[in-house]
Design a protein around this ligand. Structure first.
Ligand SMILES: [Fe+2]
Length: 236
């Protein structure tokens, strides 16, 4: 596909045959790793795998500056999901009383309130395993997130998102809530995906952090302090 990393690779000049084999293997490993992480790359995955095999077999000219380095393999597990419902207080109670989660951060109508407009819940020591956002619809997915190692990996994900012209929602940036580093993007089916790193360690006896609606935008996007329209209206 013109303009893709693969296209750039095949247009660059040849190098030593032994290096070609190594680079072909790198390309195959890259496909195996990123093909699992970024769903919309699957459309190009078969071609990338074929190209890697062709380079190893000496049937295609190799390249001098790969667009992607090999993955560490440590950045591909799921982290959390954010669900949308009409009664987040009730859903929070379900996760607390039935599934033994505890809230780490909440958005409440006021500082002293049993009600919540959104809640972030953990079942262990991650800052959240599931989050719930109040909205006009029931049982919708706002996004699910992949865990990355650190901020540098989030920036690397941003590079890949740009290289492959993936539909970007927002980021890279930081959350006030959870303090995590983030990028939101859409897969070809329209589901919002997130890559997420950081966030502080949670404990059940740590006081829950409370946000009020006037600080919600800062809580979601700590740097911009503005909620983009898609973030509050697009769910699947
Ligand atoms: Fe998230």
């Amino acid at each position: 596909m013109p303009g893709t990393v693969t296209d750039q690779l095949v247009q660059q000049r040849s190098t030593h045959p032994r290096r070609n084999v190594l680079l072909g293997l790198v390309l195959l490993v890259d496909y195996r790793e990123h093909g699992r992480t970024f769903l919309n790359q699957r459309a190009n995955a078969g071609r990338s795998e074929l190209l890697g095999l062709q380079i190893i077999l000496g049937k295609v000219r190799s390249f001098t500056s790969p667009g992607r380095g090999p993955s560490t393999g440590s950045d591909h597990c799921s982290d959390h999901a954010l669900l949308v419902c009409q009664d987040p207080t009730l859903s929070e109670r379900f996760f607390k009383e039935v599934l033994d989660f505890y809230p780490t951060e909440r958005v409440q109508p006021e500082l002293e309130s049993e009600q919540c407009m959104a809640t972030w819940l953990s079942a262990g020591q991650k800052i959240h395993d599931i989050a719930i956002l109040g909205g006009p619809v029931q049982g919708k997915l706002h996004h699910f997130a992949f865990q990355l190692e650190d901020w540098s990996k989030v920036l690397r994900a941003a590079d890949i998102i740009s290289m492959d012209d993936i539909s970007l929602d927002i980021g890279p940036t930081r959350h006030g809530i959870t303090r995590g580093e983030t990028i939101y993007f859409f897969d070809p089916a329209g589901n919002r995906n997130e890559v997420f790193a950081g966030g502080y360690r949670a404990y059940p006896d740590r006081p829950c952090v409370v946000w009020t609606p006037d600080q919600l935008a800062k809580g979601i996007f700590y740097h911009d302090r503005v909620l983009n329209e898609a973030f509050t209206t697009v769910w699947t």
